[in-house]
Design a protein around this ligand. Sequence first.
Ligand code: IPM
Ligand code: MG
Length: 352
Amino acid sequence: MATRRVILLPGDGIGPEIAAPTVELLDAVAPAAFEFEEHLVGGASIDAHGTPLTDETLAACRAADAVLLGAVGGPRWDTTDPSRPRPEQGLLALRKGLGLFANLRPVRPVPALYDASPLRREVIEGTSLLVVRELTGGIYFGEKTRTEDMASDDCVYTRAEIERIARVAFRAARSKVTSVDKANVLETSRLWREVVLDLHAREFPEVELEHVLVDNAAMRLVAAPRDFDVIVTENMFGDILSDEAAMLTGSLGMLPSASLGNELPPNHPDSTPGVFEPVHGSAPDIAGRGIANPLAMFLSAALMLRHGFGLEDEAAAIESAVDRALADGLRTPDLGGDATTAQATRAVLQHL
Ligand code: IPM
Ligand code: MG
């Protein structure tokens, strides 16, 4: 197996605590397959360089085969002063800089955790859905203005941006695509709906398509999550709905994500490196105590193997080791237990 170059961005808070065992796990699943190069991002980079993402780090990510990220942010760098750097800007600049428009967030509650979810077992049983979130457009990246008494954030989408993310969703669908928008109010949503309908008629007439307003989608996600297969939506709706969907798995500490930039096969020379990161944040409240749940980051590493490198067997090996460790009783504090990060890592390694 050729060596793949992975940029490791542990970031802030629990990031470094879950990044280190993830490297250990990757070395166990595919010995000597990866070469890791570590860089700072987020608050750690602000402290060292005054900016949450340096040009050097972005260039290193561009030149690598994949990027594995922990989490960014923390109260130390919280500010409402627009002139001061924020850790999250590093993440946004990385996504934009690498052109990672497609964010995949698979939500598949593990049977062993059915009772860890705040929702009843009968509601979540059998859920397996994928949130496909547009990641480089919309209100996150529109023009911002600010005066003493007024502020604005523009939400802009082009036909091309909508079409490419919708195509990712249709390709990933097993049975149905649910396109989520707010077409009863927002002009961007009306364009969104029109483009999704056009693409569906032209390229994917065999896939079932439904349109759901975002408020209704939020309700249906907890009332009947089994009804969803692939949910495709714009940047901010996807941000909100994916945190909500994470609770179906019992904890935000379980949800991995893959951010991809083009539709080339993983090993193609022009393929953009993807960023693979847990959906959860840096959890400053528990940072430094060795009790963070590393499973979302392990599962993000599995997504890197699958989507970044086409290593399906190795990806599945990690996922099944995680499932079996949980079935065996592994519970970190976020899942109601008392396992430490080190114990969780050992449990998963044992089942690999
Ligand atoms: C996420 C996070 C980020 C986002 C933040 C940290 C900027 O919430 O990846 O979901 O809003 O995209
Ligand atoms: Mg979020």
